[in-house]
Ligand binder design. Structure first.
Ligand SMILES: [Zn+2]
Length: 409
C-alpha cells in the first residue's frame, strides 16, 4: 500500500525555516520583506525565523553601504535596507570528487562557496584503501584549517555507482576498484554522515541550486569528464532513480552490433565518444591539415582539441563534430523519451567559446521528434567542468533545504 505522511506543526515550522534559509543562501543578499513576498509567509513569521537563524550564527545581516535610504509611506527617508546573508561561521560541508586521474577534497558553505580545497593526482591506485587514505588525509588537513562545524560529507564520483548503498560498482578503467563500499568506510573514519552521488547528478544539482538551472523546472545536464554522464532534473528535483544510478547515458548503446563494453552492454556511447578516438581521428587526418596546431602536439588533451575548435581550426572541428554526433545519438533517445527542451553542458575548456553547444544544438534540432524541437536550448554550464565538485556541496545543501538533514549535529 502506498504510504502517506501528514505534517504536524513542528514539520511545517521546520519546512518554513529551511525555505527562508534557502532563499537567503541562494540569493546572496535578500531582505526580510523580499522573503515575505517570495514565500507568502507573514512578515512576522519571516522576522521570527530570521531572528532565530541569526541567534544560531547561521545568518548575518548588514545594511548595504551604497544603497539609497528607504522612503516610507509618509515620504520620509528611513534606514538603509538590511540584507541577510549566510554567516561566515555557519556550518559547512565537506565535498569530495573522485575522477579517474585525481581526487579533490573541499570545504564549502550552503551557498556553494568553496573556501578550502586540496587535490591529489594519481596515475594508478593500488586498491580502494589507497583512495580512502588520500581522501581522509585531505579531510584532516582541511579540518585543521577551519573552526566551522561540518554537517556531512558528500562524495561525487565517476560511475557506475549504487548511491543508495554507497558503493562504487565497476567504473571502467578505474584500476580494478570494484564493489567498494566507500560511504561506510569514510563515515566510520570521520564520524560524519556520508553520502555518495554520481558526478553528473551532482553537476545537475549544482546547476539547479546555484547555476543556470535555478528557474528551469526540467533539464538534462550533460557532463563530459570521465566518460559521459547526464543528470536529470524533473519538476525542479534531481531524479535519482531507484538506486541512484540514473543518467548513465555513457552506457546506453548507440550500436547494438558494436564492441563489448566493460559494463556488459554492447556499443555503449563511451566506447565511441572519447578523447582516444578523437586523437585517432586527428592522427588520420593530420596530413590533410598541416597548418593545424594539433599536428605538432603528440598527445592532445580534451582542452587542446576544444580550444583549437573554438579558434576555428578545421581539424579540431572535424574531431569535435564526430564526438558530438555520437553524443547526440544518445541524447536524442533521452530527450525524446522525456520531452525535455533544455540541455546544460559542462566540460573543461580554457577559452570562451561554445562550439560544442552549437554543434550539439544543430544536430539535435535536425533530429528531435519533440514538437518543441525547434525550441531546444543548449547552454554552457555556469561552472564549466567544476559543476560536479560544486555539486558535491549542493547535494548536502539540498538535503538540508528539503528538511532531510538536520542543520546542527
Ligand atoms: Zn557500457
Amino acid at each position: 500500500m502506498q504510504k502517506s505522511s501528514g505534517s504536524n506543526n513542528q514539520d511545517v515550522k521546520q519546512k518554513n525555516r529551511m525555505l527562508v534559509l534557502k532563499l537567503i543562501t541562494v540569493n546572496k543578499g535578500i531582505s526580510r520583506v523580499d522573503i515575505a513576498k517570495m514565500t507568502g509567509l507573514s512578515k512576522m513569521t519571516v522576522g521570527n525565523i530570521v531572528t532565530e537563524l541569526i541567534e544560531q550564527g547561521i545568518v548575518t545581516e548588514k545594511a548595504l553601504p551604497n544603497s539609497p535610504l528607504i522612503q516610507n509611506s509618509t515620504g520620509n527617508y528611513g534606514r538603509k535596507p538590511i540584507m541577510l546573508t549566510l554567516s561566515p561561521d555557519s556550518p559547512c560541508i565537506c565535498g569530495m570528487l573522485i575522477k579517474r586521474e585525481l581526487c579533490q577534497i573541499v570545504l564549502g558553505d550552503l551557498s556553494g562557496f568553496i573556501f578550502e580545497q586540496i587535490t591529489y593526482e594519481y596515475s594508478t591506485l593500488q586498491d580502494g584503501d589507497a583512495l580512502i587514505e588520500m581522501l581522509i588525509r585531505g579531510f584532516h588537513i582541511l579540518m585543521a584549517r577551519t573552526e566551522r562545524s561540518v554537517l556531512a560529507i558528500s562524495i561525487a564520483s565517476l560511475g557506475p555507482l549504487n548511491s543508495s548503498d554507497g558503493i562504487i560498482l565497476n567504473p571502467p578503467y578505474f584500476y580494478g576498484i570494484e564493489n567498494f563500499p566507500i560511504t561506510s568506510v569514510i563515515q566510520k573514519l570521520t564520524g560524519l554522515p556520508t553520502f555518495l552521488v554520481n558526478d553528473a547528478n551532482a553537476g545537475a544539482l549544482a546547476e539547479k541550486l546555484y547555476g543556470i538551472g535555478k528557474d528551469i523546472p526540467n533539464f538534462t545536464y550533460l557532463h563530459i569528464m570521465n566518460g559521459i554522464g547526464t543528470g536529470l532534473v524533473l519538476k525542479d528535483s534531481l531524479y535519482n532513480g531507484d538506486t541512484g544510478q540514473s543518467g548513465e547515458i555513457g552506457h546506453t548503446s548507440i550500436n547494438f552490433a558494436g564492441p563489448q563494453c566493460a559494463c556488459g552492454n554492447k556499443g555503449c556511447l563511451d566506447l565511441y565518444a572519447n578523447v582516444d578516438n578523437m586523437r585517432q581521428k586527428i592522427r588520420e587526418l593530420s596530413p590533410f591539415y598541416p597548418d593545424s596546431p594539433l599536428v605538432s602536439v603528440s598527445h592532445p588533451t580534451w582542452c587542446d582539441i576544444v580550444d583549437c575548435a573554438n579558434k576555428k581550426d578545421n581539424l579540431a572541428i572535424i574531431a569535435i563534430e564526430e564526438f558530438c554526433s555520437y553524443v547526440s545519438y544518445a541524447l536524442i533517445n533521452t530527450l525524446n523519451l522525456l520531452n525535455i527542451a533544455t540541455l546544460i553542458v559542462g566540460y573543461d575548456s580554457s577559452l570562451d567559446g561554445f562550439i560544442i553547444e552549437d554543434i550539439i544544438k544543430n544536430k539535435l534540432s535536425r533530429t528531435l521528434l519533440s514538437a518543441n524541437y525547434d525550441k531546444i536550448t543548449v547552454i554552457h554550464s555556469r561552472f564549466n567542468g567544476d559543476a560536479p565538485l560544486i555539486g558535491s556541496i549542493a547535494f548536502i545543501a539540498d538535503k538540508v533545504f528539503s528538511h532531510n538533514l538536520p542543520l546542527s549535529r
